[in-house]
Write a protein that binds this ligand. Structure first.
Ligand SMILES: Nc1nc2c(ncn2[C@@H]2O[C@H](COP(=O)(O)OP(=O)(O)OP(=O)(O)O)[C@@H](O)[C@H]2O)c(=O)[nH]1
Ligand SMILES: [Zn+2]
Length: 199
């Protein structure tokens, strides 16, 4: 049984000025320390809140690496939810579930010419090892069964629905193109079937 363990206020964003709550959970069987960040008490006040499941990316989230768009997606989400309210589930699924060191090995292969999925496969992993079952349990622990999901990734939509969450609307994130991540984004669109608007 997953339930909320602690809920504390803090302020987030690039200027540390956006109020939110940070939540931990009991009962996560994977042993991963997933957390939720809730803006404007959206779990209690919004009838159908915005939700983003963000998979951990140390290189993108912390260092704003040129190789991906994760940090920019996180900043975009924090700013949007600071205004509209919402829930971020920050999931400890580094490297689409293969872990940081394996992701660095995959980056080495990508530097030799493989794309992000080929590199995973070459290391003996599937395209994407993430499982969103626990994310669904976290949403239920927050009393949320109908949400508006912020994603371009059809796997996230499918897996939440399979786990009893109703997605009333899918809200896309922007394509944060920068020097170094264009082919990563295009491969996500062509191979991972992510729905992007490249403008
Ligand atoms: N294995 C591997 N993982 C990566 C790579 N680049 C980013 N990641 C991981 O991918 C995850 C982010 O997932 P994405 O597939 O980029 O996007 P998404 O979050 O599934 O989809 P959206 O909801 O549309 O953003 C994070 O856990 C990153 O650490 C890579 O080249 N190889
Ligand atoms: Zn990333």
């Amino acid at each position: 049984m997953v339930n909320v363990r602690a809920r504390v206020p803090f302020k987030v964003g690039l200027k540390s000025n956006i109020p939110a709550d940070l939540l931990s959970f009991n009962g996560l069987e994977s042993g991963k320390e997933h957390v939720a960040v809730i803006f404007r008490d959206a779990d209690k006040l919004a009838s159908v809140p915005l939700v983003r499941m963000h998979s951990e990316c140390l290189t993108g989230d912390v260092f704003h690496s040129s190789r991906c768009d994760c940090g920019e997606q996180l900043d975009e989400t924090i700013n949007k939810m600071g205004e509209q309210g919402g829930v971020i589930l920050y999931l400890r699924q580094e490297g689409r579930g293969i872990g940081l060191y394996n992701k660095i090995d995959a980056y080495e292969l990508q530097s030799q010419g493989m794309n992000t999925y080929e590199a995973n496969n070459h290391l003996g992993f599937g395209d994407d090892l993430r499982d969103f079952t626990e994310a669904a349990l976290m949403l239920k622990a927050l009393g949320l069964s109908t949400i508006r999901l912020v994603t371009n990734n059809p796997k996230k939509i499918r897996e939440l629905e399979e786990n009893g969450i109703t997605i009333a609307e899918v809200v896309g994130t922007k394509a944060h193109v920068k020097d170094g991540n264009e082919s990563y984004l295009k491969t996500k669109a062509s191979h991972g079937k992510h729905r992007f608007n490249f403008d």
